[in-house]
Design a protein around this ligand. Structure first.
Ligand SMILES: [Zn+2]
Length: 422
């Protein structure tokens, strides 16, 4: 090589990955952490497959390639083959912004061929990504259909379900609950071990639908029942003796609600009564039905103009948090991987900005007042933060309120206590 070309290559080798990224027009990468930036790969497409770390001076593409070398990054992004001399010099030129000296760069013919190959490579990569997305969507729709069928095939008015709810709610008279159905023999599978999931239990389950804002059933919620178990549910334990939840969800939950009182079946959809402009939402079914019972007994007029629905879990009720609002739990510590106790981080009070419709349940549009039911038998600090986040997400004070049961209880426990005392 001539001295001029040697100097030119030496220059290119001193360029950092970060500087080269700017020069290559990779400025559209978004921040992920303090030193990382991620985004689509100019050569392979995608949305997040390409990344650089400016403090470690390293780049990586899941489409293939990575390292500490800015020239290699330029070659990947531009479809250049660094084992070819003219391609290598072209990559050096791309990171320095200088023309290759002595006219030793790639020929115009070679450039045209390379650019055409780059376009083709990108097209193939996007096609692969589209196919994967279509497969994911088909899978999700299949799961929704299974969940829908499970609920549709459930039996209305199954005596075991009725007896369970009455016992859980202290024997009080219940409002009509047309969407809570029963399955007589529901399998409870657990684990993903070598032999696949294990059938841990078979028994009666209560099945409830999750409906999206258009009234379509998108998922279902199952609660296994056993009149001899704690709180009317079977005692399920895994191989290690760990207690397992007696509830499971199928299909899609996020963005949906479990309709309880004040909703009507219209064709294939379940829609809220438009005359009811107040919405009462709790995390669990029992807790929310308990609130409905309290209002039905204590304030029938309020009850008659209210919708009751469950969110299924706290995440779907509260929605995601703004990461900036997360805080350290005042007392709770958990051992890290070295066994050292570390303070637990709690998701904060502020909702994540620009949420999607399926990040958390959406209240019906005609509702102008929302009562959120707290659940005081979960961890109080995280629950409090989540409930405040839900209130803020749903319009704040003036539209949304939070009701708390006494410490350590939920509203269903309160009803049981009332009837025991009476
Ligand atoms: Zn790539």
């Amino acid at each position: 090589m001539s001295d001029a070309v040697d100097l030119f290559v030496e220059d290119a080798r001193t360029i950092s990955v970060a500087d080269a990224a700017d020069r290559l027009g990779l400025g559209g990468l978004r921040r992920a952490g303090t030193a990382e930036r991620i985004g689509p790969c100019p050569a392979c497409g995608g949305t997040d497959r390409f990344g650089i770390n400016t403090s470690r001076n390293v780049w990586n593409c899941r489409g293939g390639g990575g390292g500490h070398d800015a020239i290699g990054m330029a070659a990947h992004v531009l479809g250049l083959d660094v084992t070819r001399r003219d391609d290598f010099l072209e990559a050096c030129s791309a990171v320095t912004g200088q023309a290759v000296p002595d006219g030793q760069g790639e020929s115009e013919e070679r450039r045209q061929l390379r650019l055409a190959q780059l376009v083709e490579r990108r097209r193939l990569a996007e096609e692969r990504a589209d196919r994967r997305e279509a497969e994911t969507n088909a899978y999700r729709e299949g799961e929704r259909q299974k969940a829908r069928d499970k609920w549709r095939q459930g039996l209305p008015g199954l005596p075991t379900v009725d007896a369970y709810l009455r016992a859980r709610l202290g024997g009080h008279e219940l409002p009509p609950l047309p969407f809570l159905r029963g399955v007589e023999r529901e399998f409870y599978w657990h684990g993903e071990g070598e032999g696949g999931p294990v059938l841990l239990h078979t028994g009666v389950a209560m099945v409830a639908p999750f409906v999206d804002p258009a009234g379509l059933v998108i998922g279902c919620h199952l609660t296994w029942l056993d009149q001899h178990g704690p709180k009317g549910r079977p005692l399920l334990v895994d191989g290690g003796g760990e207690r397992l939840p007696t509830k499971k969800m199928r299909g899609t939950k996020k963005g949906g609600l479990i309709p309880l009182v004040g909703w009507t079946m219209v064709g294939g959809t379940i829609l809220p009564d438009l005359a009811r402009r107040r919405l009462v939402v709790g995390e669990g079914i029992e807790n929310t039905v308990a609130a409905a019972v309290v209002e039905m007994e204590g304030d029938p007029e309020l009850f008659a103009r209210s919708l009751y629905a469950a969110a299924g879990d706290l995440g779907n009720l509260a929605g995601p948090a703004d990461p900036k609002s997360s805080f350290t739990h005042p007392s709770l510590k958990r051992p890290d991987k070295n066994g050292k106790p570390r303070a637990v981080r709690v998701q904060g009070h502020d909702p994540k900005p620009d949420q999607a419709l399926d990040d958390a349940f959406q209240p019906p549009a005609h509702v102008d007042e929302i009562l959120l039911l707290g659940d005081a038998d979960s961890e109080p600090v995280a629950t409090m933060a989540a409930m405040m986040r839900a209130r803020a997400r749903l319009g704040g004070k003036g539209r949304a309120w939070i009701a708390w049961p006494p410490a350590g209880k939920d509203f269903a426990d309160v009803l049981c206590g009332v009837s025991e005392a009476a």
